[in-house]
Every structure is written in C-alpha cells, then in structure tokens.
Design a protein around this ligand. Structure first.
Ligand SMILES: *Cc1c(COP(=O)(O)O)cnc(C)c1O
Length: 425
C-alpha cells in the first residue's frame, strides 16, 4: 500500500528515526560533507570491505605465492567462495554462481556459450534499444564473429517514449527465428525493472535461451533465477554491492547447463583438482566456476567478501523494502514541490514500485546538466547526469537517510528559485 508522506523536514527526520536499517550507515565511509546519491554507479566503501581487502594485502605481504593455497580462504578458491556467498541474493545454488571477470567479459563468455545460430533458422538475438551501450557493442561483435550481419540479426525492441519498454512487446517478438535473448533487468536511464519472471517463462516456453544483465538489480532487489528458469546472468559488484571501482564481476549459470562447453575457455575454468596437471586438453569444472578464464583478480575480489556480508546481514528483502520507500518518498516530493512552473521537473521512472529499481530519473528538459553541476558544486550533492535531460538520484538503503532525500529536493527548488544554474557553463 502506498505510504501517506508529508513534505516537512520534521517528517523526514521521523522517517529516519523509524528506519530499521539506519544503523548500517555507520559502517560506511561517506565522503566528507557530501550527500552521495550515486551508489547505483559506484557504491561507497564500508569498513567491512576495507577489512577484507586489508586482510588480503597482509596475506600477500606475509605469504607471497603461498596465499594461493593457504588453508582458510585460499586465493585459489576465491571465485567459487564469493559466488557461493552471493548465491542467496539471486536464488541460485552455491555452485551456480562465481565471482570472475567483469560485466562485459562475462557477457562475451556467456553469449559465446549460448549463441549458436543455425543457418536459415534460429539466428537472431533479441535485445532492446535502451540497453547500456556496452551490451550492444558486445552483442554486435558476437554476431560478427559468427560471420553474420548485426543489422539483420540483432533485434532491438523499441521504446515508444524513450524511457520504458512494455514487457509484452518483448514477449510478442519471441519467434522461431530467435537464437538468444539478452536483456538488462533494469533500464539504466529510467530505472524501469522488467518482469524477469514473466519474460523468462515466455522464453522457456519457446525454448529460447535467455540471459539477464543484472548490474542494476543485484544488491537492491531479490532475484529467483532458479525458480524463474533463467539460463544465465551476470552483474557487476561495484554498484549496489559496494565492492569498489572496477571490482570483479559475477556470473550465474543454471546447473542444467554445466555440461555445455564454455565459449571462451581459460585455465581457471579447469576442473579444480586437476588444473595443475597442465594437460593441453581443456576439461572444464562442471559448475559456474568452469566459466572462469584467467587467474582470479584477487585484489579486486577481496573487498567483495566484506561488502557482501553487510548486504546479507541487512537482508535483501529489508533492503528492497527501504529502497522502495525511499524512491517512493523522492517521487512524492518531486511531484509535490517540483513538477509545476517554474520548476518543470518530471519523474521519468515508473511510479509503480514493482516496475522500478533503486534510482529515480528526474528529468529537466532544458537545464539538467547545469542543475546537476550546480548540485555538486554548490551543495556537495553527487548525482548522475545522463545526457540529455536526466538526473539520476539513487538513495541507497544501506547508507542514505530520508533527510538527505528531503534536502536534495530543497536544493533543486532553491537552484531554480534563485536561477543558480545560470552561473554554470
Ligand atoms: C554498469 C553496467 C555495465 C558495466 O560494464 P563493465 O564491463 O563492468 O564496465 C554493463 N551493463 C550494465 C547494464 C550496467 O549497468
């Protein structure tokens, strides 16, 4: 049921004092005097993530190469161990998730595993025109590697309004010319959340393999990959999972596919017990771990342990509940205080909380860039400008206060009232 919010400052403080997750903010390093609302691009450092990183640095100092095979938490198993720890966040079994590579690399690895166009029959890949560009670049190169033309074989489901795409429109395009579907769980500009369950079922019914890019949903929304019948998925660790810039990514592979041959083989995917036999015949581990390619990037994986523990301790359902309430509250304030003349802000994110992820896209058709600069420079508010007219604001359940949301809306009001944005280039 929709909350009845109020727009007073005291009400914002009241929401904070009623917040069951408020204690988690103390675990994070909040940049000084800053209101940080960009955790959907780069999550902040927690003391827990810092500690697990420091521990690994100490291990390197003290053990050198022996760190790879120490008894407890060996570097050799870090990908599998972190994957198992993350599995409950996505509704997977422990060996169906591994921490490895990075988002775009994992996309290449999984698409090259699942995309086998059959001449004259199933050749096409379904994606959408509002995808994060790297996914489209990668898909086009995968199609070209098969000797096919992306113009003909990549289907980009269109959007009518430039913000959202109807789930039904994707389902309607599924046909027997489609070899693979790869979609983002969330559209990165508007924050629309697709109905992954429904779309996955539709793909399953037609026996079309389906994969999800969950960069904008893991860590803020619960997932049930196994129940839904997802074939594969991948996501980064540096947004809602707070594991640091360029942190190691994750991939999920449904166990029914463990016997498939990894499209991009590498020695870290070798059956663990025999990896050091150094055979020239590749024999991959029958788990998501089989899709690792290179030596684990230990230093970029180490913070994940601490960061993940914090997310698991807070509980993904509690995180989702607070996140939804925070975005609801932000939308309420923008509608109430900023939607009319002379403010002219517009909420570009779906209003139904089940259709949105963790950020709100605030649109301003003429001055979004200057307003976003002004927020940062005059008010120390870190937002995220997306050309041409979107300011993304992401209140993060683990560390943002309701009062910060209230304050940012006051800043936006003031910036327009005083024409402050005009001083910016
Ligand atoms: C952040 C993001 C990426 C980033 O890819 P990297 O390879 O980690 O740089 C890819 N896809 C989506 C949908 C994202 O939100």
């Amino acid at each position: 049921m929709k909350e009845q919010f109020e727009d007073s400052e005291s009400y914002a403080h009241q929401l904070d004092s009623d917040d069951p997750l408020s204690e988690y903010r103390n675990h994070f390093y909040i940049p000084k005097n800053t209101i940080y609302l960009d955790g959907n691009s780069l999550g902040l450092l927690s003391r827990e993530a810092e500690q697990s990183l420091h521990r690994v640095i100490d291990e390197w100092k003290e053990l050198g190469i022996l760190g790879w095979f120490k008894q407890d938490k060996s570097w050799f198993h870090i990908g599998e161990d972190l994957g198992a720890a993350a599995a409950p966040l996505v509704g997977a079994e422990p060996n169906e998730v591994v921490a490895t590579g990075t988002t775009t690399i994992n996309l290449h690895s999984l698409v090259s595993t699942f995309y086998h166009p059959e001449q004259g029959k199933r050749t096409k890949i379904i994606a959408d025109e509002l995808d994060f560009p790297t996914d489209i670049y990668a898909l086009k190169s995968q199609i070209k590697l098969k000797g096919l033309d992306p113009k003909e074989h990549l289907i980009l489901i269109p959007s009518d309004d430039g913000r959202t795409i109807d789930d039904e429109r994707i389902i309607k395009r599924m046909d027997d010319d489609v070899a693979l579907i790869l979609l983002p769980s969330v559209l990165y500009r508007s924050g629309q959340l697709f109905d992954m369950e429904r779309i996955t079922h539709a793909a399953n019914d037609l026996k079309i393999p389906i994969g999800w890019d969950c960069c904008h949903s893991v860590g803020v929304i619960p997932h049930k990959f196994n129940d839904w019948g997802v074939d594969f998925a991948f996501w980064c660790s540096y947004k809602y999972l707070n594991s640091g810039p360029g942190g190691t990514g994750f991939l999920y592979l449904n166990k029914k596919h463990f016997d498939k041959e990894p499209g991009l083989a590498g020695w870290f995917g070798y059956e663990k017990a025999k990896q050091f036999d150094m055979s020239l015949d590749f024999n991959h581990a029958k788990s998501a771990g089989g899709w690792q390619i290179s030596s684990s990037n230990i230093l970029c994986s180490a913070p994940i342990e601490g960061a993940l523990n914090l997310t698991l301790k807070a509980g993904i359902h509690n995180i989702r509940r607070k996140s939804t309430k925070q975005t609801d509250y932000l939308i309420y304030l923008v509608d109430k205080l900023l939607s009319r003349e002379p403010y002219n802000f517009n909420v570009g994110t779906p209003r139904n909380p089940e259709k949105r992820s963790g950020h709100v896209a605030i649109e301003h058709d003429t001055e979004a860039r200057r307003i976003s600069d002004c927020l940062r420079i005059n008010y120390n508010v870190i937002s995220d400008f997306r050309y041409p007219n979107v300011i993304r604001l992401a209140p993060i359940a683990l560390y943002n206060k309701y009062h910060e949301i209230w304050y940012v809306v006051q800043c936006l009001k003031q910036i327009i009232d005083e024409n402050e944005y005009e001083k910016f280039e």
